[in-house]
Design a protein. Structure first.
Length: 146
């Protein structure tokens, strides 16, 4: 259950970070198969796969996501990230590496699970109800019923 919670947290949090980075860089690229193989090779060259069970990978992913979040702690209304990009890059890379390793360990296809999640989110957040709204889908549903 914990890995699913962390995956959902990641799905919710990373797009917010990407949104701000995209505003600064127009050519954001997705993770290539080559990059995935580099991450896995790094792990394998050190014989660390033996320590990479789903629980420990999920814990590590959560810890790295917390380090990413810490960059914004106590920032008040400071939502600009230009002066924080070096640290964001470092921590986001850690989150993405652990995401790659967790998906690999669980035998999950990252493209497939992300596309499926976006499709499910599209059903929970239809454009006509969610456009311009920050409400959770349960609130949107309640508003629709009233």
């Amino acid at each position: 259950m914990l890995p699913i919670f962390l995956f959902l947290l990641l799905i919710a949090f990373v797009p917010c970070i990407w949104y701000n980075i995209v505003k600064l860089q127009k050519d954001v690229k997705m993770i290539s198969k080559e990059t995935v193989e580099i991450v896995k090779a790094f792990r394998d060259q050190r014989s660390w796969a033996q320590f990479h069970n789903p629980k420990d990978l999920a814990i590590s992913l959560s810890l790295e996501a917390s380090e990413l979040l810490e960059i914004f702690q106590w920032s008040g209304t400071d939502l600009v990230c230009e002066n924080k990009l070096d640290k964001i890059r470092e921590e986001l890379a850690d989150v993405l590496c652990y995401s790659i390793l967790l998906a690999d360990r669980c035998g999950l296809d990252m493209d497939e699970i992300i596309v499926e999640k976006v499709k499910r989110n599209g059903e929970k957040y239809p454009v006509e109800a969610a456009y311009g709204s920050k409400e959770k889908y349960t609130e949107l549903k309640a508003q629709k019923e009233n």
